[in-house]
Design a protein around this ligand. Structure first.
Ligand code: SF4
Ligand code: SF4
Length: 298
């Protein structure tokens, strides 16, 4: 994948140049990616995107009550909703639409990393303390994104999990032997194979969604390898890369509507009554708020 990382800003206007500082540091740490430092906006900025499959923009952001140093990850669609946040976002969406129509070769994905800034009017090359402190975090986030885009699943997993225990696996097969999903799928679903494919080959197995999260594998593993946690992590990676799988969407809709992934009606409650269990009421309030806030991954 051809990736461009663009640091946008003016490096002599203190925090305004934070995007440039980030790009300079990333340049020392990463290979296989192009970097540019610019202080342009709109169409001039979009012209630089041509020929790249992904563009990551790092820029200063100033919101009304934002805390300096806060990191935002935004899509181009979200830019106009952050009112007057940065001098570099003028007509960004329109410029992209123009680029798609008249320039061509525009990236499939544009990520915008913004750092809430404090001082952008004074001359100077130094950043304010809170903004400077945010740089290692934003670098970590961007590195992770890029590694995933470049197919570095194995590195991503090692970063998130305790790499040492992953490497202790000696293929005893205890995890697969106790796995209910392996049993009912005639080992089409195989946690040991999933783990090896991810860690050794860097491949995301297509069967990860068959895991029931029962944790039997993790309890049986003699080397304390966190097999079930690894599969949950792989699902998160899959969602980040490919979006929520279609079959999960109705479950999220149920969750939003009634607080459970399955709707509970009179029939279910009658069964519960027979088992001396209390009636279950739909409780969507708090969950609804979370889904509204996060988009529920949809
Ligand atoms: S957590 Fe998943 S992989 Fe582990 S035993 Fe249960 S179903 Fe199998
Ligand atoms: S039970 Fe543990 S050591 Fe055995 S194959 Fe599974 S992950 Fe590896």
């Amino acid at each position: 994948m051809k990736i461009l990382v663009l640091g946008v800003g003016n490096p002599i206007l203190r925090d305004d140049g934070v995007g440039i500082h980030v790009v300079r540091e990333l340049k020392k740490q990463l290979t296989g990616v192009d970097f540019r430092e610019v202080s342009v906006s709109g169409l001039e900025l979009v012209e630089l995107f041509k020929g790249y499959e992904k563009v990551i923009i790092v820029d200063a952001i100033k919101t009304k009550e934002g805390k300096p140093g806060r990191i935002y990850k935004l899509t181009p669609e979200q830019i106009p909703t952050l009112h007057g946040v940065t001098p570099h976002d003028a007509d960004f969406r329109t410029a992209i639409e123009f680029g798609e129509k008249f320039i061509g070769g525009m990236p499939k994905k544009i990520d915008i990393y913004g750092i809430e800034v404090e001082e952008v009017t004074e001359f100077g090359e130094d950043l304010t303390p809170d903004v400077r402190k945010a740089i290692p975090d934003i670098i970590k986030k961007i590195r992770k994104d890029i590694k995933m885009d470049l197919g570095g699943l194995s590195e991503e997993i090692q970063l998130e999990m305790d790499g040492k225990t992953l490497n202790y696996c000696f293929s005893c097969g205890m995890c697969t032997g106790g796995c209910p999903s392996a049993r009912i799928t005639d080992s089409k679903y195989n946690p040991r194979r999933i783990l090896h494919r991810a860690v050794i080959e860097g491949v995301l197995d297509e069967n990860i969604w068959l895991c029931t999260n029962c944790y039997t594998c993790q309890e049986r593993c003699p080397t304390n390898t966190k097999v079930a946690d690894l599969i949950s992590l792989m699902r998160r990676i899959d969602v980040k890369k490919n979006g929520i799988p279609e079959f999960i969407k109705p479950l999220i809709e149920n969750l939003e509507a009634c607080g459970f992934t399955a709707k509970i009606g009179d029939l279910e409650n009658k069964r519960r009554e027979r088992m001396n269990l209390p009636k279950v009421e739909h409780t969507s309030g708090e969950i609804k708020k979370i889904i509204e806030k996060t988009g529920g991954g949809l």
